[in-house]
Design a protein around this ligand. Structure first.
Ligand code: S3P
Length: 166
């Protein structure tokens, strides 16, 4: 199976990098959040508001399992590592790239965001408090860690390509 999986916190650039990487490698691109939105015909914010986070997490796990059966570049949502089953699936995979981004960078990118339910009406310190306990989880599932601060998407994509065999 030819797959590259991107993990990392909200605002890490998973979608931008994933799309560019897929284009460069001539592979299909899948974004777990996007796929869920299409299937459910609802935004992520609406799913959280109407069905709750737990229901969203179930859809997320099912979608990860489904996409692991396809060739492609897969961008995950920042919370994919919260579920132990997801972590097990990812840990056994040879091409999981953690896009490591500092709080300064993602807080700047997320400042005006209205689409991510977990960070609405949160202070910067509260968003960082969501991030901190996830760091070891991202590191734990990653086969490769790519630092992204102050790098262009093109440079990041080249680094990933240099480390992939598929
Ligand atoms: C979430 C990240 C989001 C989305 C949802 C929850 C999280 O995806 O799945 O809002 O828990 O970190 P992105 O990382 O693509 O923003």
């Amino acid at each position: 199976m030819k797959q590259v999986i991107l993990v990392g916190f909200m605002g890490a650039g998973k979608t931008t990098i994933g799309k560019l990487l897929a284009k460069r490698k001539g592979m299909p691109y899948y974004d777990i959040d996007e796929e869920i939105v299409q299937d459910q015909k609802q935004t992520i914010a609406a799913i959280f508001a109407e069905s709750g986070e737990e229901a969203f997490r179930k859809l997320e796990t099912a979608k990860l399992q489904e996409l692991l059966g396809k060739n492609g570049v897969i961008s995950t949502g920042g919370g994919i590592v919260l579920n132990a089953d997801n972590r097990e699936l990812l840990t056994s995979h040879p091409a999981v790239f953690y896009l490591q981004t500092s709080p300064t960078t993602f807080l700047e990118r997320l400042k005006e965001d209205t689409s991510r339910p977990l960070i609405q009406q949160k202070t910067m310190a509260e968003v960082e408090a969501i991030f901190e306990p996830r760091v070891p989880l991202y590191e734990g599932v990653a086969s490769h860690i790519i630092t992204t601060d102050e790098k262009s998407p093109e440079v990041i994509v080249e680094e990933i390509i240099a480390k992939t065999t598929c």
